[in-house]
Ligand binder design. Sequence first.
Ligand SMILES: *Cc1c(COP(=O)(O)O)cnc(C)c1O
Length: 526
Amino acid sequence: MSINQSGWRPTAPEQGKGNVPASVTGNKALMLEEALIFEIGDSHTTGVDFATAPARAATSKLGALARKAPIGLPGLSEPETVRHYTRLSRQNYGIDLGFFPLGSCTMKHNPRLNEKMARLPGFSDVHPLQPVDTVQGALEVIHQLAHWLVTLTGMTSVAMSPKAGAHGELCGVLAIRAALEAKGEGHRKIILVPESAHGTNPATAAFAGYSVEDIPATAEGRVDTAALKARLGPDVAGVMITNPNTCGLFERDMREISDAVHAAGGFVYCDGANFNAIVGRVRPGDLGIDAMHINLHKTFSTPHGGGGPGSGPVVFSAALTPYAPLPFVEKQDGQFVLVEEETAGEHHAGSFGRMVAFHGQMGMFTRALTYILSHGADGLRQVSEDAVLNANYILRSLDDTLDAPFGPSGPCMHEALFSDSGLAEGFSTIDVAKGLIDEGFHPMTMYFPLVVHGAMLVEPTETESKAALDQFIAALRSVAERAKAGDPSLKTAPHFAPRARLDETLAARKPVLVWKDPAPLAQAAE
Ligand SMILES: *Cc1c(COP(=O)(O)O)cnc(C)c1O
């Protein structure tokens, strides 16, 4: 057996240091190295038995188009295939393995009931081009979910089709643009965004053709309402505000801000990604908001991360409803119908068009509705209460060790924010994050929000038990104390992971996306 074919590559950079010899295989105990499928497979191997192909006519109909060289796709036997993908899956970290403290991401347990419902053939096997009378049940799911989203937010309507939070932001801002243009106010070209905003907010505004102006934060981490009011005027199209904000704080002046923006002729977009902290307790419609996206994949569970499917329905106020995108599911004479044309009725006359080819993410809709119905009103309320309680437990358990810049101004909402102030000279947030990996935890969100130096943003969500939080707190406390004491071993952490410190900037800027045949290696091994 050649070393290359079995995928053994003794290359782990951290091995062979100190008194611990490197393993011949490159494996670390039962954490197995795995090469690319192109390196371990070969085109003569297959896990499938094909009958011998019948003899073909001497002259191929393909003519000059016939392939001259082998296609070069790697083949594996069945057990090799199973091992390859199982080994790769073990190199991933997910919410089903352990606590995922990423702030702003709302990584929570996904109830298996959701998965069971989403896999029902009537939901999972439908096609977007099926005649509507064959998908009445699927349309009813979209219709019911739309009803609950409008009810929970106290808004007027909802566009279900946007496929993620950022896509929902674009949908909301395009509706604002359509409404302004309809009023002959298309010259309003400025969107105000607080300093603490998620990066997607200014990106969305710029993408939709607006200029972005920053609004400063107060010392206690909230929007500076006076500064915002002072900037309002006839050139301002609107504001984009995250509530609860990315410092983990509730924007208490929201009603006052909305009234001022409306009085100045603008619209209020709310980034609702953090709705998990207030669902069942606050209705954004009562705060004067005109448009808000809801990340179904955050607040209403459903797996996300790694570019997996998202869903970002956008709820609208009465003022923006006529401009919302198509399609809508409506019930007419006991039948669910898809309203697909701008001419379909006065409610949709000003629609700015469509966000996507079809109707949105069916699998996500089914999961979210299952989550809403299985929790009920009291259950959803408890979700937000427990999420906030868990975050405050983390904040108060660690604010004696880590600097909590907004800790003194009161309780937080769904996430606890710390800074790198107080770490030893030369130590930063990245060292704490890498140390956490050795303790078996996925790092928290780092260096965001930008208003806090070396930010560490921890969002526990409601689904972590007190025991899980206590273990995380003990780990973060220990790593933070090492960083404060200047423990040099932390600068080279993680020590137990298969890879230590990678050049993430280089990987992002110059990704190696093309596989090159390592023929010299293969020959050497034979
Ligand atoms: C997650 C998030 C977004 C973007 O949502 P996606 O679904 O990832 O596009 C926007 N704003 C905030 C505050 C978020 O947490």
